[in-house]
Design a protein around this ligand. Sequence first.
Ligand code: GLN
Length: 470
Amino acid sequence: MRALLRSRYRVPISLRRYSNQLTKDNHNAFISKRKEETNSSGSLAGLKAAVKDNFVTTKEPTTSGSEMLRTYVSPFDATTVSLIEASGAKVVGKTNMDEFGMGSSNTNSAFGSVVNPMFPENHISGGSSGGSAAAVALREADFALGTDTGGSVRLPASYCGVYGFKPTYGRISRWGVIAYAQSLDTVGIFARDLDTVRSVFDVLDVADSKDPTCFDASIRHQISHQKNLQSSKVIGVPEEFVVAEMTEEAKDAWNSALCALVDEGYEIRYISIPTIKKSLSAYYTIATAEAASNLSRYEGVRYGYSISSEETASMTPFDIVSKNRSTAFGSEVQRRIILGNYTLSSDSGNHYLRATHVRKNLVAEFNKVFSMPNVLFDNEVYNRDGCCALLCPTAVSPAPSLAEYTQETNENFLNAYINDILTVPASLAGLPSISIPYYSRQGIQIMGQFGDDETVLKVAKTLSLNCTYN
Ligand code: GLN
């Protein structure tokens, strides 16, 4: 890992692929827009919503940022879209994203890169929900829905100076959300203020019988019961999050946030969660394996992009599928399919199994530091005197310029994966986590025990009163 981290800054430049699509006036946040609609009522009445283009909708195509689905129109709406509309929000459009959620810069979309509105020159917006973050930062929407598999809500929120909340895995329905890696995918919320995040979360935080991974009433009840036992005011700072590449700005925001919490009566405790160091490699093993399996359905025969029938006349079925997939999937998606299939093959030497062990150890270590038990475990292993939440920066730095980012990833595609180093641990363990815009270009991340979204929002509220950006 150290070697990977060090390689981050040794790179040549190439902007060939995107430079002609980018101008300062065009942030490219939307893939499709809707016409203004009439008044509504409900708890979200009057709010404009932007929805990442991997939530299926009937009113326009749902592309997931891919050529493969450019013309795909769903026969139904995602549960989350129906819920926000039923509460009075108006969907203004579908937002740009890294293809199938794969990326952390929003430069992997078939519809061009999203430009970060916080900078006068071209900087990345963060991904994969970069369009949603940019739409909110640009005030084109009051809130936006995104998905977070390994950081795709929190990282763009940090880069674009907005709030980005990834609730506990299982809190919000994923019915109608195009899967990337289903043991990690979580619906998240962007907004410019915490009260809006809260209002949208209250609407979405409900059971859905269409999604078997969405908490049923009994788990929700158990969580609120355990929550009542939570009285800790200890904030944990895991030493493994102190990485050499962290910029002074990120460290400064981190220190300042900790001081603000001390002033509010919290105790700060330095802790160790050793398996955090193995999280990035475990995440990319698990996520790519699940992605390879999920993406096998796109072969252009039943649905998805197909080459013309004249071309197929002389081809074998295998060649047709192969041509459809290699034409319509972008290079990052193809790379992950290959990586995921290798991981799942016997040649890999049990990579997948080893990654799931890392994940299990990580969850056990998290359980030992939190003062609230994990609702998924019958044998309660937790620390009564432990932490109510953990805190660290969301990203190691503010958003890099597009030139710098492209330079780094051209040298080694693994450099792009390193941006997720601070966000994937919470994803692997399914923990609730929020990025708050503590400095305008540097988010601070608060993580809580599985199911303890309330504490995360409570600590965020305390910190938001100290934010320099609102
Ligand atoms: N950057 C990570 C990846 O590419 C996370 C993406 C996400 O959360 N959708 O896998």
